[in-house]
Design a protein around this ligand. Sequence first.
Ligand code: B1M
Length: 218
Amino acid sequence: LPVGERLARRIIDGNRKGLDDDVEQALGDGMKALDIVNDHLLEGMKVVGELFGKGEMQLPFVLQSAEVMKTAVALLEPHMERVEGESGSKGTIVLATVRGDVHDIGKNLVDIILTNNGYTVVNIGIKQPISAMIEAAEEHDADVIGMSGLLVKSTVVMKENLEELSSRGLAKRWPILLGGAALTRTYVEDDLAGMFDGTVRYARDAFEGLRLMEPLVK
Ligand code: B1M
């Protein structure tokens, strides 16, 4: 198999043995680190999601795939392009996976991409209640709060989080960036934006998150 397909296979099979060599070969062949993530590793993860959804893959194997994904991203991270030279940070975002949700591969990719592009990311982890996000945003004088969540349940939690920000009088304090596979643009930009006094935006992927940061930080 070509190395890209081999990498996708490793994610699907949860097979870490020889992963380093394949990553090295892909980079040696001139593939860009981010393209390896987007074109091959995420393709593998998509298949894992489909198999799991159809009941053709059991959870422990999904977990193994996630571990291989994380290792591969860690190997690639030092090779990702960074914006250098500018003095200081372009802005600060508190990033969290919402209460009740453990999925963090997407959140951590957002972290890497924003960090590499000059933002300060305060990544407070998974299963975070809104109170923890508020605390971190106050402590770090954040410009934006970013929430990730992959479960359908998490889309409801995000709505509750916005309601809590409103009820605490904090709706206008931080613009909110939302991402994760269970969200849709309409849900965020029509339904949630319609009920929230502040700014709430949807990012389909980490790159849209990056593009949205500049107008949100302003
Ligand atoms: Co879970 N899981 N999982 N899982 N898992 C999903 C999400 C699911 C769709 C699988 C399926 O059924 N086909 C399904 C949810 C169904 C639903 O809610 N309707 C599901 C389920 C059911 C579950 C459990 C409930 C299973 C169980 O226990 N019976 C359980 C939940 C536990 C919990 O959270 N309380 C569970 C557990 C797990 C593992 C632990 C095994 C593992 C996670 C490991 C980890 O993250 N450390 C796992 C995995 C790996 C998946 C799938 C297969 C892959 C997710 C992933 O990492 N994708 C997933 C299938 C799927 O998503 N279709 C699935 C790659 C990642 C890069 O994508 O996170 O979407 P994603 O991020 C994208 C964008 O969404 C965006 O940028 C990224 C790309 O650039 N983005 C943002 C994300 N956050 C953003 C924030 C931003 C901006 C952009 O700004 C703030």
